[in-house]
Design a protein around this ligand. Structure first.
Ligand code: NDP
Length: 289
């Protein structure tokens, strides 16, 4: 059966929109999110478009701040500092990836952790790993919300996460293996150096693929009735479409869909949940969590 992330996210956005009336009343203005884009990565452009659309849907003031890819690091630091010090900005998001000439970790640390709605500063990673999160990165947050709303119980489940990035795999590992109410899973974190992936995935009740590697998981690699969460968003050429490409996940959907008890599609699974939970983080930032 499919997990309809689009439908779940619609519900969450409605809830956020209702909450926002009170938050805006208390603030005397709408919550505000600044998105920083460096360079002109086409995939980033389309993610930002979706984020700004969600902002206007729920009543968040979203703004995009663009910089050329050769921006000087110190100028960028000053610009981010201006946002840090601006009381009318609640959330700051650096759209990743950034051009290779800049050090991603260094730039992320310029963001005030109390406005870091992507949860990527070292301070916020530390909070998350100590079981006391301030901002949970939106994609893992969205996946946890799927489990909660779909009534999937995590305690004592065997979980395999494929991918160990700071934005998806690692925070998800912390959340699912943590002591939270619907957590307490036994989690194995796999990556590109893992040998014989099937050895791990075949034993798992839940498999999460977050690699950017197409068909990293197929039906022969999971047990009957496993739950499969496909985080990947990959562009493949498709001349029949106006855009010239279509989006596919990391999972070979056709061979997996009937063997899995539940599976998230791409598009329409984790993607819309990520956007909804980003909106939630902006609300929390505006409430000064
Ligand atoms: P990264 O490139 O930062 O990390 C990818 C991870 O996958 C790494 O840990 C890497 O291992 C591992 N990996 C890559 N290839 C393989 C392989 N063949 N076998 C096993 N492990 C592998 O990617 P992100 O985490 O940022 O994104 C992952 C995917 O999720 C992408 O497709 C991205 O577009 C998508 N994404 C989707 C979002 C959504 O909202 N749905 C949000 C964010 C990302 P190693 O560490 O050894 O290099």
């Amino acid at each position: 059966m499919l997990i309809d992330g689009k439908e779940i996210s619609k519900k969450i956005l409605e809830e956020i929109s209702n909450d926002l009336h009170q938050i805006s009343k208390n603030l005397g203005r709408s919550p505000a999110l600044s998105i920083i884009l460096i360079g002109n990565n086409p995939a980033s452009e389309s993610y930002i478009k979706a984020k700004l659309k969600a902002c206007s849907k729920v009543g968040i003031k979203g703004e995009l701040i663009r910089f050329e890819s050769d921006i000087d690091k110190n100028i960028l630091k000053d610009e981010i500092n201006n946002l840090n010090n601006n009381d009318d900005i609640d959330g700051i998001l650096l759209q990743l990836p950034i051009p290779k000439n800049l050090n991603e970790r260094e730039i992320i640390e310029f963001i005030d952790p109390t406005k870091d709605v992507d949860g990527l500063t070292s301070e916020n990673i530390g909070f998350l790993n100590s079981g006391n999160p301030r901002f949970i990165p939106a994609t893992p947050f969205g996946i946890m919300e799927i489990f909660r709303r779909a009534g999937i119980n995590l305690p004592s489940k065997k979980v395999v996460i494929i991918g160990r990035s700071n934005i998806v795999g690692r925070p998800l590992f912390a959340l699912m293996s943590g002591r939270g109410k619907n957590s307490n899973s036994t989690v194995t974190l796999c990556h590109s150096k893992t040998k014989n992936l099937s050895e791990f995935t075949l034993k798992a009740d839940i498999v999460i693929a977050a690699t950017g590697s197409i068909n990293i998981l197929n039906g022969s690699m999971i047990k009957n009735g496993a739950i499969v969460i496909d985080v990947g968003i990959n562009r493949v050429e498709d001349e029949s479409r106006k855009s010239g490409y279509k989006l596919v996940g990391d999972v070979d959907f056709e061979s997996t869909k009937d063997k899995a008890s539940l599976i998230t599609p791409v598009p329409g699974g984790v993607g819309p949940m990520t956007i909804a939970m980003l909106m939630k983080n902006v609300c929390n930032a505006a409430r000064k969590v």
